[in-house]
Design a protein around this ligand. Structure first.
Ligand SMILES: Nc1ncnc2c1ncn2[C@@H]1O[C@H](COP(=O)(O)OP(=O)(O)OP(=O)(O)O)[C@@H](O)[C@H]1O
Ligand SMILES: [Mg+2]
Length: 256
């Protein structure tokens, strides 16, 4: 089969499936998003039976769009597709240079985006193995990451920001233990941790971990302090909550 034919077949497949999705979903975000290369990768994922079809969009964020994806047995996944066109190469480089897992920093933006997606996949794996609740990563191919869907049915879980906890002390304690686990077991600093990157689904779930760095990274300490500050600031609004000082939290998290 020629490339054009493959793309057409895939587009038809996506189209057919798309009709089954509720029309109220944000279709415009799907249309015009996919470049040919991305469509080819989706095609490959469908051929490899990783996915059966792609559903509606969950979020259009600063670096990626997140879609629902469905497997052949109807299981649901979150599919994060990093945009190549609007990628900020300088931003990504700051978090890739200094990470011993990525010694060769690629020059072309699209290669950098592929590294970025692979970095999120690896970080999710490490966090998951360390017992930190994150979406379980399933598959990564170039700029497409398939992971566990966090939510109920096909409704994705709310962010901590939009869902203030009834038991803030418990949620804080859990997040605090995850920060320790990330540092001490996964040997990672999230570097963008806040109420925006935590979903609430039977407790907190940490997401959006592509920028997380290993402890050798020259800015790891600064990033960790910023993460702690964000979390303390968010929880400080709750009356009666007991929080550590920034200094104490830093010491406890980095204690080996
Ligand atoms: N595994 C998942 N299950 C369910 N929903 C998810 C999952 N991963 C991401 N989302 C949804 O997509 C949104 C964006 O995800 P993420 O933060 O990873 O991407 P981003 O491009 O950095 O977006 P933003 O610029 O909004 O931070 C999340 O706030 C959440 O609503
Ligand atoms: Mg985010």
């Amino acid at each position: 089969m020629g490339t054009d034919e493959k793309i057409e077949r895939l587009e038809r497949k996506i189209d057919k499936r798309r009709i089954r999705e509720k029309r109220s979903e944000d279709q415009s975000a799907i249309e015009g998003t996919f470049d040919t290369a991305t469509i080819m990768i989706l095609y490959e994922l469908i051929n490899k039976h990783v996915l059966d079809y792609l559903g509606g969009v969950i979020s259009t964020g600063k670096e990626a769009n997140v879609y629902k994806g469905f497997g052949e047995d109807g299981e649901i996944y979150a599919v994060k597709i990093y945009r190549i066109k609007t990628a900020d190469a300088n931003f990504m480089k700051q978090y890739i240079i200094g990470d011993p897992r990525f010694k060769r920093v690629r020059k072309k933006t699209h290669d950098l985006v592929y590294t970025w997606a692979e970095k999120e996949f690896k970080n999710l794996k490490r966090a998951h193995s360390a017992g930190v609740r994150v979406p379980n990563p399933i598959h990564v191919k170039k700029n497409i990451l398939v992971m566990e869907f966090i939510g109920e049915g096909d409704i994705s879980a709310p962010r901590l920001k939009d869902s203030p906890p009834k038991k803030p002390q418990m949620v804080f304690n859990k997040i605090y233990s995850y920060m320790k686990g990330l540092y001490q077991k996964a040997r990672l600093v999230h570097a963008d941790l806040s109420e925006y990157n935590i979903l609430m689904w039977k407790g907190p779930v940490i997401i959006d971990i592509s920028q997380a760095v290993t402890l050798e990274h020259p800015n790891a300490e600064e990033f960790l302090l910023r993460d702690i500050q964000n979390i303390l600031k968010y929880f400080n609004q709750f009356k009666g909550i007991k929080l550590p000082t920034l200094k104490k939290a830093y010491k406890e998290i980095t204690k080996v």
